[in-house]
Design a protein around this ligand. Structure first.
Ligand code: AMP
Ligand code: MN
Ligand code: MN
Ligand code: MN
Length: 287
């Protein structure tokens, strides 16, 4: 990124770009205004808010962003691929696009139905009216599994959020309900129609083999997908190398983000991750 000073253009030495963060509009702890302030305090120059299946953070901000960091309109959409839950980031979308808006409504409906299914399953374990409690925890934000996890901790059913995911909500457990989401093809099409760039979020978190991950990325590219999140928060340099080589081989744009949800965790803060390798084409160079 360049900046201007006294009429001359300079290349900034380190520009901090974070294209994956959450607010209270989904499962984040900070409101959109608080997140922007926190990102500013952490020297972030460009920030995408990417809440789960909602653009409400932008509605709440109503154009009132402070200027630094530069705010990018984003979203993290849920889908399933061969039974596994997959997240697709839509970066730099036009939030007023009708096709995207209708798609989001559909995802919100799927989220609600899914919450009912998870609640029904938890009721069978003896937990009383979990949906009521989870609605209260989520407030106006879209309901997600972290809200269920919080409730299980609140009632003393598990000792911490990690255990809640490990035993009840994580991949393969009763809360891992992936039917109902729109297809990856539809989601990619909505993002493209809204002028955004579709990016596969946190590819390493699916714990796929390299062969399976390539297969996902091939299908994603066939659908019109354009990018891969090469760096997501703290990760090993081996992971970065693997994902960077996938980005190069498959000619995908590279993205990076913290997947920030809450302050106070030293290993997770806006902009708190390594730089993308120089050789990669960056997603922000394409918008
Ligand atoms: P959902 O959008 O309802 O499918 O919930 C997914 C969210 O749950 C992720 O974005 C994370 O914020 C959170 N999450 C997923 N796995 C874990 C885990 N093992 N421990 C804590 N939070 C998790
Ligand atoms: Mn989340
Ligand atoms: Mn995600
Ligand atoms: Mn995320």
């Amino acid at each position: 990124m360049t900046f201007c000073l006294s009429g001359k253009t300079y290349n900034a030495l380190v520009v901090i770009i974070d294209l994956h963060t959450h607010t209270t509009a989904s499962d984040g702890i900070l409101s959109p205004v608080e997140l922007l302030r926190h990102a500013n305090e952490n020297d972030v120059d460009m920030l995408a808010i990417t809440d789960h299946d909602t653009l409400d953070a932008f509605t709440q901000l109503n154009g009132q962003a402070p200027g630094i960091p530069k705010l990018i309109t984003g979203i993290e959409l849920s889908t399933a691929w061969h039974g596994s839950g997959i997240h697709i980031l839509g970066l730099n979308v036009d939030a007023s696009n009708d096709i995207l808006r209708r798609g989001i409504e559909r995802q919100q409906y799927a989220r609600l139905r899914r919450a009912e299914t998870i609640a029904r399953r938890l009721t069978k374990l003896g937990i009383e009216n979990p949906l009521h409690a989870v609605r209260a925890i989520a407030g106006n934000g879209s309901i997600g599994r972290p809200h269920f996890a919080q409730h299980l901790v609140d009632i003393g059913f598990v000792r911490d959020l990690r255990t809640a995911f490990r035993k009840y909500l994580g991949a393969g457990k009763l809360g891992d309900v992936n039917r109902g989401w729109a297809s990856m093809q539809d989601i990619v099409a909505w993002i493209l129609t809204a002028g955004g760039i579709p990016v596969v979020a946190h590819p390493a978190k699916y714990r796929f083999t390299m062969t399976k991950l390539r297969c996902l990325l091939d299908d994603f590219k066939d659908a019109g997908g354009q990018g891969i999140e090469v760096i997501c928060g703290h990760q090993s340099s081996a992971t970065t190398l693997q994902l960077a080589s996938l980005a190069e081989d498959l000619e995908l744009l590279a993205s990076c983000g913290s997947d920030f949800h809450q302050p106070g965790l030293p290993w997770s803060r806006p902009g708190g991750f390594a730089q993308l390798p120089d050789s990669l084409r960056k997603v922000w160079e394409a918008w």
